[in-house]
Design a binder for this molecule. Structure first.
Ligand code: RB5
Length: 159
């Protein structure tokens, strides 16, 4: 099993720590792309787009099959990650959406907001995402259409 990539900005470092602990308890290996502290993020000028692009590029390269990104809302991480060709990131704060993001949309990246969701709910949402699989079937041609849009605007292969 490949390592799970995870990244947070200054607004979600606490949530990210909770999620890393939970992942490790479940036996996942985790690669953390977050700044080590709020202070270091501030001093180095590391914001959510910096973390999102690093993690999304690692997913696009195939270093990770799945990744988790956390910021204040989950929005900035999602918007940025979706700009990297081949990456499908979904902001989810409920179990049903997290399952569907994988089963219907074949998302590789889950984003959540540390100012939106509590730690226990976030763990449950993350588990639902990681434990769901793309169903193929009638969802496959729809995902193919998304990939085609990606190719049209980026002009590069997208998986
Ligand atoms: C803080 O920079 C906040 O704007 C950020 O964490 C995120 O919520 C952006 O989408």
């Amino acid at each position: 099993m490949k390592k799970i990539g995870i990244g947070a900005d200054d607004a979600a470092l606490e949530l990210k720590e909770t999620l890393v602990e939970h992942l490790e308890e479940k036996g996942y290996e985790v690669e953390d792309y977050s700044p080590p502290s709020k202070e270091e993020a501030k001093n180095a000028g590391i914001d959510y787009p910096d973390v999102a692009v690093e993690v999304a590029e690692a997913v696009a390269r195939g270093d990770h099959d799945q990744a988790i990104l956390c910021c204040g809302t989950g929005l900035g991480m999602s918007i940025t990650a979706n700009k990297v060709p081949g990456v499908r990131a979904a902001q989810c704060h409920d179990v049903y959406s997290a399952e569907r993001a994988k089963k219907s949309n074949n998302a590789q990246v889950l984003t959540m907001g540390g100012r939106v969701i509590g730690p226990e709910a976030a763990k449950t949402v993350m588990d639902a995402f990681l434990e769901s699989e793309f169903g193929g079937g009638s969802s496959a041609p729809k995902v193919d259409k998304m990939i085609e849009v990606d190719r049209r605007y980026h002009g590069t292969p997208a998986s």
